[in-house]
Every structure is written in C-alpha cells, then in structure tokens.
Write a protein that binds this ligand. Structure first.
Ligand code: SAH
Length: 222
C-alpha cells in the first residue's frame, strides 16, 4: 500500500535537502521523490531534529549512527528498485532507510539485533505513515528465512565477508548491497545472483558500524 502523504512544517527543509542531493549528482527521480516524502526528523533523536535535513550522519544512541542522506541515496540508486520487489534490510537502526525502501519497493523486511532500536524504529515508521515495512529483532546475518526469497538485500553494517544465508535467500537475478571490511579498507559491494553464480562489483569506499552476528564479526567481550 502506498504510504500516506505527510503534512508537516519540515517540507521546505526536505526540498532543500533534495536540491543538495541533486547538486551532488543524485539524478534518480524515484529516489529523490522518496527522500522528499520521508520525514527524516521523526527518525533522529529529538535533540537533533534541527539538523535532520542536513546532509550529515548523526548519532542515534546505543553507539549507532544514521548515515548521511547522500549515502542512503547512493545505496538506493545502486539497488535500482522498480516498485514490485520484496526487500530485506539488515540493520534497521533508526528505520529511516527502511522507510525510504518502503516508498520504492512493495514489501520491506528489516532485521535489527538491538531490541531497543527496533522498538524506536517501529514507532517512527508508524508515525511516518509507512505501512509496508516489518521490523524484526534478530541476527540479520542469518537473513529471515520465513519471508524469503528477496529480490534485493541491503546490509547497513559492515561485515568481514558475505553471509551465505543472505545469498541463499536472494531470488535468481537478485541484488545485494553490502559493505565489507577487507584488509584495511571498507568498501560497498554489489553482489548479483545468476543461478548458482555470484558476481561481485566494488562500488565505493564506505564507513559503516560493524555487522555483528553468526556470519559477521563477533561481539566484543565486555
Ligand atoms: N539503515 C540504518 C542505519 C543502520 S546502522 C538507518 O537508516 O538508520 C547499522 C545497524 O545495524 C545498527 O542499528 C546495528 O545495531 C545493526 N546491526 C549490526 N549487526 C546486525 C545484525 N547481525 N543483524 C541485525 N542488525 C545488525
């Protein structure tokens, strides 16, 4: 179902952000429209709302950050969604990227390992009028088998390797975006599945928090 249109006092700020993204080279109209329609201020802590429409990353608590809008936009351009896809997101965080995905795909399943973040994200998604995103708590490196397969998978945290359950849960011709820490650099990769074959392209340098789980990094002992 299409999300409800929003009426709030931040429309001018969103329009300015969209202009900035356009100047920075984002041309995909569907992606720009999704950003123009999604109330990012509902996804950041209240104290930071004044900066919600700056093109910067912001701390969101629990040691996590919300990426800068141009990073979200680059991800979404690289996924090239047509509107009918079933998408899995690993790492809900604030839920903002999930809300954007909800505007560009048919169904979004988003998995977050920290229950407190999942609760906040669900509330923000509801407040933003998003109705086609389900937030689940668990280890997203295992994917979410009951709702698989997925036409696209977006991993929003950086792992040491591509988790095999995620490639298993991709449809034929499905696309996955995942940042990987290999050696001393962290880069975004696009993985495409054709039958049993996976092709891999390196897209750009990235800076994401660690992907922690069975097929990711191990949690630090405290
Ligand atoms: N896309 C998010 C930002 C994600 S930050 C947004 O729009 O706000 C990365 C998130 O990945 C963090 O919330 C972190 O807790 C989560 N994460 C890390 N490892 C995970 C795993 N194995 N499964 C699910 N979530 C994970």
């Amino acid at each position: 179902m299409a999300p409800r249109p929003i009426a709030d006092s931040y429309g001018g700020y969103r329009a300015r952000l969209v202009e900035e993204l356009r100047r920075k080279g984002i041309k995909d109209m569907a992606v720009l429209a999704a950003i123009a329609e999604t109330p990012r201020h509902l996804f950041v802590p209240e104290a930071l709302r004044a900066r919600a429409y700056d093109d910067t990353s912001l701390p969101v608590g629990q040691g996590q950050t919300i990426s800068q809008p141009s990073t979200h936009a680059q991800y979404l351009v690289a996924l090239d969604l047509k509107g009918r896809e079933r998408v899995l997101e690993v790492g809900t965080g604030t839920g903002y990227q999930a809300a954007l995905l909800g505007r560009l795909a048919e169904v979004v399943v988003s998995v977050e390992r920290l229950p407190e973040l999942a609760v906040r994200a669900r509330k923000a998604l509801e407040d933003s009028g998003t109705t086609n995103v389900t937030v689940l708590v668990g280890d997203g490196t295992l994917g979410w088998r009951p709702l698989a397969p997925y036409d696209a998978i977006l991993v929003s945290a950086s792992g040491p390797r591509v988790p095999s359950p995620l490639t298993d849960q991709l449809t034929d011709n499905g696309i996955m975006l995942i940042p990987l820490d290999r050696g001393t650099t962290q880069d975004l990769y696009r993985i495409t599945k054709h039958g049993n074959e996976l092709t891999e392209e390196k897209l750009a340098a990235t800076q994401f928090v660690p992907l922690i789980g069975r097929h990711g990094f191990q949690p630090e002992a405290s």
